[in-house]
Each structure stands twice: as C-alpha cells, then as structure tokens.
Ligand binder design. Structure first.
Ligand code: 5AD
Ligand code: SF4
Length: 417
C-alpha cells in the first residue's frame, strides 16, 4: 500500500511540475513516506530521517504517510528540522501546499475530497506489473493494529474508477494487476459494491494477462470468492490469508472474529476446489498473554497447514490500539525465540513445497529481466511463485511454457520449453 501511495504521490508531484532526482544531496525537497504498522518500520523511517538532521542546507523536509498520521504535531518536537507533515489521505492537499510553500511548519491531515473518486494513475516503476488500490482504510480494529487510526474509515473506490485506472495502466503496457486493500473482501460495503463482481469485471479486460489480490480476512472470505480460483483462468491461484495465531484464546484477544476451526475449513475448502493453490499467511508471535501452550498451538497448526510461505512478526505495541493497553507480557528474548522457531519450521516447509513443483510444466508470466544475472528472467507460475528462467531470447511481458527443474527456498528455477 505504501509503494502504491508513493507512486500516486509521484504522479501528483510530476503533474505539478516537480522533478525527481536520484541524489538527495542535490534535492531542494526531500519527502519521506512512512509505514507504522510495526514499531520496526517506524524506527527505520525515523532513523533514516534522523540521518539528515545536520544536512538541512535550505532543503524542505517533508514527512508523509502513516507515522505523522498517528503522532501529528508531536513529530515537530522530535524532529525540529521537518517543515511539512501530511497523513496518507491528504496527498492532493499536500502537493498544493508544497507548491505554495514559503516557510514555517505545516501539518496537513484534512482528507482530500473525492480522493478515491478521481482518477490518479500511479507513476509505476515496473514495466508490466502494477498495484491498484481498491479500498483505503479499515474499520476492523484488530486489537494490535494501528491501520484504522492511521488510515481511517473504509472507503471503496468506485468500480468505474478502478476499471479506468486499470485501462490507463494497460495503455502504458501493464499486463499484470494486483488489486490491493487492507481487507479486499470488504470492498464495496460502503458503496453497494462487491469484490467478486469487481474481480470478474477486471478479469474481462482483454489485455490483462494475470490478476492477483491481497489481503483477505478469514472472517469475510466468501465461498463465491473461493470458487473464482477455478473459474477465472487469469487469476493467480494464490491466497494470502493472515492467520496471526493458532490459539483461539489469542485470536479472541486480537479481535480477529474467527476461530482456528473456521480458518481450517477455509483452507480445506479452497484446497478441494483448487489443489494447486498456494496459501501464504502472516503470523505474529509474542502477543500479550501468549503463553507456551498458545505458541505451541500456533507452531503445530503451521506444521499441519503447511503454508507455501509465511511472514512472521514479533508483536510490538502500537499507539492508540487496544492491545497497547494490555501488558507486553512476552519478553524480547522469548519473542525472538518463538520467531526463530517458526521461521525455521517455515523454511523447511517452503523448501518441500517448492521441491514438489520440480518436474511440473508451468505457464509463466515473465515480469522482467533479472538485473542480478545475465540472460535471466523473473516470472511467476500460475500459483504466484517466483521462477527464474535462463534464456537468450527476450521473453519479457510474455506468457511462456516452462519446466520447473529445481525448487529452492525463495525461487523456482525453470527452463524454457
Ligand atoms: N506488531 C507486530 N506485527 C503486527 N502486524 C500488524 N500489527 C502488528 C503489531 N502491532 C502484522 C500482522 C499483519 C501484518 C501486515 O503485520 O501480522 O497481518
Ligand atoms: Fe489491521 Fe485488522 Fe484492518 Fe488488517 S483487518 S488492517 S489487521 S485492523
């Protein structure tokens, strides 16, 4: 979502006559876009910013995105060299004010009117693939999550605007689209729309070769959506479905509104409908009151489900959230230990899963040339796994037939047929 926001902000800046340069030293204006979902992301952004403390040199420093959205003017106290701060829902206003800027401290949190109704096509850096946000904000208030405070209420982008945005991207050569939202399953709740209907409409766009979406919430995922994996040939057979914890006690404390049993039913259903589907997930360790038994339940569940891949996070308290009012009961060392155990377990599972792909003939969409290895291209299998293909032929942007020769932890290696 942050990459997408940065790309949109670029569009607005370019339309208003600003230019992007590669050297920070020579820039007149520095804009740092930030994420605050975990403490680690916030720390990284702020320490990056802190490194400019003594290099002001008449530059205008702007901090935008979710970090200023949750700390507001407090930011100026901590970083007195910052000139402008803006939340993630105010980029049009931010650019207007930046254009007229002539000194002083400015904070912009007023939301742009019609932010999602107007067509702002992101300035994409990739040749063939792009995100398209279909919602902004979230009102689920999972107890650990800062997103509802940083990004506000759920607002869906009208279907026609989504389609127009995609068509403009197609004119620029994009062939692969990922529809993104904090919880795409809730798309349309506020405007009478429907995610399944939207996906089908996007699928009908002729020049699109591949479609993906993220993220889904287990409490909202519908049977109609799962059916699409076998109905829509251009849809990646991949479901990113954050589990967070394998303990019902913790899921309840997290306000996730599903049980392990319900989660398992979804996995079973979707694997029955589409056996080749890849399922990935997010896991958080060290949530308040997570004891050894809860952790073991999570560990055992991961062993049982066998995700294709996992993002594992150590819980960190975030401002305004319900969980931040609970004691942070798990020590840093214990969070690290639990993280490591799951990380190691997942490594083994991912290697096995990717080894299982060996010998398969796959239709691969080739996204780009590898800049690390000569005559090598990076593509995605139909279940959205990255595959490296070595060939002298230029296959960028094409769908090619590939035999998978080797499966490693993060990549498959294939040969062009
Ligand atoms: N601490 C650690 N991880 C978090 N996530 C969200 N909030 C927190 C937090 N406070 C993780 C969740 C979510 C992913 C995007 O980030 O696992 O799915
Ligand atoms: Fe955060 Fe929960 Fe909303 Fe996801 S669904 S953005 S975890 S509040």
């Amino acid at each position: 979502m942050n990459f997408y926001d940065s790309d949109k902000l670029r569009t607005l800046l370019f339309e208003n006559g600003f230019l992007e340069i590669s050297s920070i030293e020579e820039a007149d204006i520095v804009i740092v876009n930030t994420c605050c979902v975990r403490k680690h992301a916030e720390d990284r952004a702020l320490s990056f910013l802190g490194s400019f403390k003594n290099k002001k040199n008449n530059k205008v420093f702007c901090l935008v995105g979710c970090v200023p959205a949750i700390y507001k003017e407090e930011i100026f106290k901590k970083f007195d060299f910052i000139d402008i701060i803006s939340g993630p829902n105010s980029y049009k206003k931010f650019v207007e004010r930046l254009k007229k800027y002539n000194g002083g401290k400015i904070a912009i949190f007023e939301e742009d009117e019609g932010f999602l109704k107007e067509l702002i096509v992101p300035q994409i850096s990739e040749k063939f693939t792009s995100f398209v946000a279909i919602t902004k904000g979230c009102e689920n208030f999972c107890s650990y999550c800062v997103v509802p405070f940083a990004r506000g209420k759920l607002i869906s982008k009208p279907e026609d605007v989504v389609i127009k945005e995609i068509q403009t991207l197609i004119e620029k050569g994009i062939r692969e689209i990922f529809l993104i939202g904090q919880n795409v399953n809730e798309y349309g709740k506020d405007i009478g729309g429907d995610f399944v209907k939207l996906l089908k409409r996007v699928h009908n766009i002729e020049k699109i070769l591949r479609i993906g979406f993220l993220t889904s919430h287990p409490k909202d995922i519908s049977e109609d959506l799962l059916n699409l994996f076998s109905e829509l040939p251009k849809l990646y057979k991949h479901l990113h479905l954050p589990l967070q914890s394998g303990s019902d006690k913790i899921l309840k404390l997290m306000n996730r509104k599903y049980t392990v049993e319900k989660y398992l039913k979804i996995v079973e259903k979707v694997r029955n409908l589409c056996p080749e589907i890849s399922i990935t997930s997010d896991i958080m360790v060290g949530f308040p009151y997570e004891d050894e038994k809860d952790f073991e339940e999570t560990y055992n569940l991961i062993e049982k489900i066998k995700f294709d891949d996992l993002y594992v996070f150590k819980y960190s308290p975030r401002p305004h959230t319900e969980a931040s009012k609970m004691p942070d009961t798990v020590s840093k060392e214990e969070k690290e230990r639990r993280h490591q155990l799951i990380f190691n377990l997942q490594n083994k599972i991912s290697i096995l899963k990717n080894k299982n792909m060996e010998g398969k003939i796959e239709e691969v969409f080739v996204r780009k040339k590898s800049y690390k290895k000569e005559n090598t291209y990076i593509g995605r299998t139909m279940n959205n796994k990255p595959v490296l293909i070595e060939t002298k032929k230029n296959i960028e942007g094409e769908i090619v037939k590939v035999e998978i020769k080797r499966g490693e932890r993060h990549y498959l290696f294939g040969i062009l047929l």
